[in-house]
Write a protein that binds this ligand. Structure first.
Ligand SMILES: NC(=O)c1ccc[n+]([C@@H]2O[C@H](COP(=O)([O-])OP(=O)(O)OC[C@H]3O[C@@H](n4cnc5c(N)ncnc54)[C@H](O)[C@@H]3O)[C@@H](O)[C@H]2O)c1
Length: 247
């Protein structure tokens, strides 16, 4: 039996990496997926890769009017929203000496503000007792990662936001699960500016998983667990999926 038969899912960051793998996984398990991203081409590729039910919408998660319209359109198209999965995110590697206010604003806008806006709007539709929110934090939130101060801080904010939201929504029995992947092999980590030349990255060899980087599908399966009835007692706790890299 499919865990997501009849389940209506709103998903951000669906055009690439973990988000695309999550769209595929949830649709394969029966979900109707409303897939949001800023990348039109990426969304088209995601839709083409899915056999199940998927609707795509171009939206920037930092644009408040666009988020309000997108969530309303998703609820209309799907006939409600059962699950919100926030995956959209951006990364920046830079030493503190060259960190700019623009970097900080962009990281916090996409990673934290985008997540918070989608939660606020989706909560107008998520049903009490069965509604679920999964927010993508990062192992960087709780593990010191050199040259990633601003990214780590933005993900720490996503984690803190999610834990508090879980407590706030416990009375409605709406679960909120922050998920913290370690390194995942996606376009984000393959980008040439992920590990710029000249930085001493030796520390990363100490915190690398013996299992290597995760495949996006391995994070998608954890998101599917968190969002499904299998995760019914899982809320307000960081779900680390890091191949033991934190030990
Ligand atoms: N890859 C990793 O090692 C890793 C580890 C921990 C956490 N994460 C987090 O997982 C999430 C997905 O990462 P990924 O590796 O799949 O990256 P990715 O770059 O492959 O995908 C990120 C997606 O977010 C979308 N996006 C970016 N800004 C947006 C905006 N303003 N509005 C709407 N969509 C936007 C991009 O277009 C892209 O499709 C991110 O939040 C990332 O921080 C990734």
């Amino acid at each position: 039996m499919n865990r997501f038969d009849g389940v209506k899912v709103l998903l951000t960051g669906a055009a690439s990496g973990i988000g695309r793998a999550t769209a595929q996984r949830l649709a394969t398990e029966g979900a109707a997926v409303y897939a949001v991203d800023v990348s039109e081409q990426g969304l088209a590729e995601t839709a083409a890769a899915i056999e199940g039910t998927v609707t795509t919408r171009l939206a920037d998660v930092t644009d408040e009017p666009a988020v309000i319209a997108t969530v309303a359109a998703a609820a209309e198209a799907l006939g409600g929203i059962d699950v919100l999965v926030n995956v959209a995110g951006v990364h920046k590697t830079t030493p503190i000496e060259t960190l700019t206010v623009d970097d900080l604003n962009r990281l916090f806008s996409v990673n934290l503000v985008g997540t918070a806006l989608f939660c606020r709007e989706a909560l107008k539709h998520l049903p009490d007792r069965t509604g679920v929110i999964v927010n993508t934090a990062s192992l960087a939130a709780t593990q010191g990662n050199p040259f990633m101060t601003a990214y780590a801080a933005s993900k720490g904010a996503v984690l803190a936001f999610s834990l508090s939201l879980a407590a706030e929504l416990a009375g409605r029995r709406i679960r909120v699960v922050p998920i913290s992947p370690g390194a995942v092999d996606t376009p984000l980590t393959r980008a040439p500016d992920m590990f710029p030349d000249g930085l001493d990255l030796g520390y990363f060899s100490k915190i690398r998983s013996y299992y290597g980087a995760a495949r996006p599908e391995q994070i998608a399966s954890a998101i599917a667990f968190a969002a499904s009835p299998d995760g019914a007692y899982f809320t307000g706790a960081d779900l680390r999926v890091d191949g033991g890299a934190h030990t």
